[in-house]
Design a protein around this ligand. Sequence first.
Ligand SMILES: Nc1ncnc2c1ncn2[C@@H]1O[C@H](COP(=O)(O)OP(=O)(O)OP(=O)(O)O)[C@@H](O)[C@H]1O
Length: 722
Amino acid sequence: MKVADLPIPESLKSAYADRGIAELYPPQAACVESGIFEGKNLLCAIPTASGKTIIAEMVMHRHVADGGKCLYIVPLKALATEKYDDFSGRGVRVGVATGDLDRRDAYLGRNDIIVATSEKVDSLLRNAAPWLGEVSLLVVDECHLIGSPDRGATLEMVIAKLLSKNPGMQVIALSATVGNPGALAGWLDAELVTSEWRPVDLREGVFFDGTIHFTDSEREVRRSSRYDDLNLVLDTVGEGGQCLVFVNSRRNAEAFAKRAAGGLKLSEEALDTAADAIERAATTDLGRTLALCVRKGAAFHHAGLSAAERRIVEDGFRKGSIRVISSTPTLAAGLNLPARRVVIRDYLRFGNGGMAPIPVGEYKQMAGRAGRPHLDPYGEAVLIAKGATACQDLYENYIDAPPEEITSQCNSENALRSHVLSLVATGFARTPAGVIEFMERTFYAWEHRGRRSTIHETIGRVIDWLAEREMITALGDRLEATEYGDLVSRLYIDPRSAEGIVDALERAPEFSGFGLLQAICETPDMLTLYLRKGDEEMIYRFLSEHEDELWTGAPYGTDELERFYSSVKTAMLLQNWSEEVTEEMICERFNVGPGDIHNKVETAVWLVHAASRLASLFKGEFKRPIEEDGIRIRHGIKKELLPLIRLKGIGRVRARRLFNAGIATPAAIREAGTARLAPILGEKTAASVLAQIGEGADERTVEEETSSRQFSLSAFGGEGDE
Ligand SMILES: Nc1ncnc2c1ncn2[C@@H]1O[C@H](COP(=O)(O)OP(=O)(O)OP(=O)(O)O)[C@@H](O)[C@H]1O
């Protein structure tokens, strides 16, 4: 089937022609034949890199040409940005929504295609973004995530809400790994296209005793070191390919990259450039180790890396200079970095009950990364077996096994608490029967059709819980959100988080920054740091000096106590950050990477913002200090830098330099002038800062701006310098 014959705009056809896309791949042709251009829903369950995104893009352009609007849901922020880049520059307006979770973002509605995470779409629904009612096409990428225990319910509810809001909307769901595509297609009333076809041949095999055993062939691997995993990498690199190695922990990722660097020992200009860039920006040992590895051609990749480090590693790999990346599996879903050989070294991972095998779906996601379209002659996915029996088991359990069936995660009290509140607050349901009726439209109900389910009881318990906490009122048959409940729904926090924060605020005798931090760190919305050996002493010592600043006391019971200490430890990290402790010191003290600090700070900023809104309902006098602390946490600054940080181009480092030079306010900056500022800030930043505060402007204007508009806390928006 030719692209030229498809009912899509000419501009898109020529964009594809420029990229050499003239003929549809067979599964893409099957999707067209299933009726996607006639408005039929589709579940496209075909392998990685077989052209799913392009199928969705073509239908999106058809909708836009007909005056429609498209929403493209992805699981991760990083993927949203990637898809935004993919779809941009082809004659349609593209927007990406990944920002704050309690905003309506009305401007987004001006776009034809909006890319967003499921959480962001849920929050937009709660905040009644009007353009959601205009969505004519919904694309759900990686739709198997409906089965994810922590985020699946949100994705499912978002689909159900959008379908109920826009009954005529077309839905296209995409996935490479659904075990029960028929069920999902049934729920979505969708045509189903499945296929094993891939643009690059994928060979899956198990390495054992010096040989990779594929289904119908074998390949000997030269033994150049005593480590099997390294031999597998050197073998591919020796033939001009690249490798991805999946391991089960950060420490293993780092250790393997070091081993690979020692084995590769490359020396190339492109590698030196990448290593120099990492080294220059590195503030921690992690960054310095990464630079050492990259210089020799290897890298590691995990959530502890800073965004800049990650970018350099990904670019270096895409351009072919970095030959091997060792990565933790959680990153497999987010990385679009195909490689000739993918080594799944660790198929056991530490979970709740000890070491457990990874799911088949996860293996398939990782294996699917093998083979770069147009670049590699084939792709290889290799598991490493410890013995002959393990070799057989790995074949049966992974290579020949279908991915797991996905099941709905909606019948969980924790998930329903938040979703029932939002159904009531946004008017999707006004009675208990209305909630049940809405839930009848979910995948859960479809899976349980004709069978007894317990969801009615769960809904009943959740309604009682919300009513007891005064988030909803249940008068007679009528459910209504209270002002408090409505706020919690819009803030997009777990109702249990709201309860914890409000309790803490009400108990607090006076405001304390650490009390606030510990209260937000105790909520289920904060992923707290693990406790490690030796942490107790640090935490005890801290608590002995700061216990009276806490808004809650230490609980009884071992589990509760452990959670409490984790929350204190996490709050300590955040406090260190807002006391301007260096990144290097924080990383060392808390055994984390710069990426972890960033993630904790991001969540804390969101929760502190929620706390300030809750304070305006329940503890007005705390609102202002909470807002101020929110700014301090966002930027990692002491209070004295607040007047400086709100200038564009000034982050924690430059603000501190200015302050230490005796320049502590915008007025002092103006007075200092270019001559004093340039050596501290550099000429460009000095000029920009002076322009912002109106050098040469008359006194009144500057004073006006200082006291109100530009420098008010609510208008805060300074940009960092790191
Ligand atoms: N019909 C085609 N002819 C040639 N190249 C194509 C065709 N369709 C897609 N491609 C190219 O193949 C690559 C993979 O396509 P695409 O990103 O659409 O796959 P995908 O299935 O969405 O991948 P993933 O599973 O990683 O999300 C892209 O580089 C794309 O430009």
